[in-house]
Design a protein around this ligand. Structure first.
Ligand code: 5GP
Length: 123
């Protein structure tokens, strides 16, 4: 897999506002926040997309959610709530090909998440 900007963040080759780290997972604030709180939880293991998650990665993916929930509790927004979302490939809006869980909080999120949602567009 080609190296991404997130590998450089893991390796401390470029700076990031890191808010959580353990042996397998790293979390840092998004450089272009889409909510009052917006951070990314990534595995240190480079996995390009959701489609590339192997069965052996199941526990690692669970640890990403555990980290997200732990940070939410620490930051105090776990009861108000938040959105945790992973984009996949172009239609999903993925731009960095190292999986990451977006965690957005601090305001009520809309649904559906896309602006041009019209019932007639749906199958
Ligand atoms: P995607 O579009 O792949 O779902 O999300 C990639 C996210 O990474 C975007 O929200 C973008 O703002 C964030 N991002 C891209 N480059 C950097 C960077 O160098 N530092 C940080 N902290 N976030 C980044």
């Amino acid at each position: 897999m080609a190296e991404t900007i997130f590998t450089k963040i893991i390796d401390r080759d470029i700076p990031a506002d890191i808010i959580y780290e353990d042996d397998e997972v790293l979390a840092f604030n998004d450089i272009n926040p889409q909510a009052p709180t917006h951070f990314l939880v990534i595995p240190k293991k480079p996995i390009a997309t959701i489609n590339d998650i192997a069965a052996e990665d199941a526990e690692l993916i669970g640890k990403m959610y555990l980290a997200a929930a732990s940070i939410a509790k620490e930051m105090g927004f776990e009861q108000n709530g938040y959105r945790a979302v992973m984009n996949c490939n172009p239609d999903g809006g993925q731009t960095v090909y190292h999986i990451h869980l977006h965690v957005l909080a601090g305001k009520a999120m809309g649904w559906p998440p896309y602006q041009d949602a019209l019932k007639q567009d749906l199958p």
